[in-house]
Design a protein around this ligand. Structure first.
Ligand SMILES: Nc1ncnc2c1ncn2[C@@H]1O[C@H](COP(=O)(O)OP(=O)(O)O)[C@@H](O)[C@H]1O
Ligand SMILES: [Mg+2]
Length: 355
């Protein structure tokens, strides 16, 4: 089931899904900013982090634990790597799903040196016993290694050197309170504005040695769903198109034709997004309709609709999540070129229960 879900998310990552697959991760590594100064946008988090890191450096101690939260593709992994780089500390990398037993975590923790940065991606997917071990390690720099089972089991405390934990999560709400409270600093990454994305596309084009015109990069930026990973991905597809069907230069016209071919529309909506809106409006009269019903209607997994399509539609003001179900807003009807039915459910204060 988990595997299926993962696969379905990966297939979706084809063009506008938030997650990166293995091939893409290699390309991404080349495009990652390496220092806080190179990071584009996220002014607030950048300034906060810079302060936290500078303070730690001047005290000569391990920095406070940092939690980075936000949708896929906004720069969590990038920032984790930058944190280690700015602290001139080695980065140890693992992820929630990789830690199935507390023992896995104990092994990682006991191998840390003073000042190391431990990055736990998708930290909300860690097992409960591992989570509990992590609380203790974060607070007291100690783990209890349990030997034996049942009433005869004994816990042997093991000291670990002070380290900095960097956790990343797409679902901060799923983190248990005690874990969340042990982070000294939480950075919430926001979707990027069009100008920032434009800058990111221009930077990436430079690194990939792709020739672009300003309105070409702006066109890519405007269809990137506020997400650098998607901006970089669209850039690569437009580059392909420019090389095969034109002279290699990314103009606005080339960008438009390429993205139309890959079914990414002017608002950055792809086929699944449009299918969701279409089902919601044409089949369910604009809602409210339950997530499961909606997912069945578009032939997708519930999680794919919820984690891939919806965040963008909600943010774009096209879909509202209400206690009674999903509701299309006037913007959704307009986007599909349909008239809002009167009296429409969708006129009821969309946004009230967003998120
Ligand atoms: N602020 C930024 N400036 C420039 N590029 C960025 C920025 N944030 C993310 N990227 C690019 O987007 C891609 C995805 O970022 P990543 O850190 O892997 O996202 P996440 O871990 O949140 O899913 C990376 O290749 C990185 O180069
Ligand atoms: Mg990541």
């Amino acid at each position: 089931m988990e595997l299926l879900r993962q696969r379905s998310l990966e297939q979706r990552s084809a063009l506008t899904g938030g997650e990166a697959d293995a091939d893409e991760r290699a390309v991404e590594a080349a495009l990652r900013p390496r220092s806080l100064d190179e990071v584009i946008g996220q002014e607030r988090v950048r300034e906060q982090l810079s302060l936290v890191l500078q303070a730690a450096r001047s005290r000569g101690r391990a920095a406070d634990h940092v939690l980075l939260s936000g949708p896929p593709g906004l720069g969590k992994t990038t920032l984790a790597m930058i944190i280690a780089a700015e602290l001139s500390a080695p980065l140890r990398l693992t992820s929630g799903p990789a830690i199935t037993h507390a023992g896995d975590l104990a092994a990682i923790l006991s191998g840390l040196n003073e000042g190391d940065v431990l990055f736990v991606d998708e930290i909300h997917r860690m097992s409960r016993p591992a989570e509990e071990m992590l609380y203790l390690a974060m607070e007291d720099f100690r783990v209890d290694v349990v030997i034996g089972k049942g009433p005869g089991a004994t816990a042997i405390p093991l000291e670990i050197p002070p380290f900095t934990l960097v956790g990343a999560t797409t679902r901060a709400g799923l983190l248990p309170g005690p874990l969340r409270d042990r982070f000294g600093f939480t950075g919430h990454l926001e979707f990027y504005g069009a100008d920032e994305l434009d800058e990111i596309v221009r930077r990436s084009a430079g690194l990939l040695e792709v020739e672009t015109l300003p309105d070409g990069t702006a066109e890519i930026a405007s269809r990137s769903r506020g997400t650098p990973r998607i901006a970089n991905r669209l850039l690569r597809r437009v580059r392909d198109y420019a090389q095969v069907r034109a002279d290699g230069v990314v103009t606005r016209d080339i960008a438009r034709r390429a993205l139309d071919l890959f079914e990414v529309d002017e608002s950055g909506l792809d086929r699944l997004d449009r299918a969701v809106l279409d089902a919601l409006c044409s089949r369910f009269g604009g809602g409210p309709v339950g997530l499961s019903t909606l997912a069945v209607a578009v032939g997708e997994e519930r999680e794919t609709v919820e984690e891939v399509a919806e965040p963008f539609l909600v943010r774009n003001g096209m879909l509202a999540r209400t206690p009674r179900g999903r509701v299309a807003t006037a913007a959704a009807w307009a986007h599909l070129g349909l008239d809002v039915p009167a009296p429409a459910q969708s006129d009821r204060q969309p946004g009230l229960f967003d998120g």
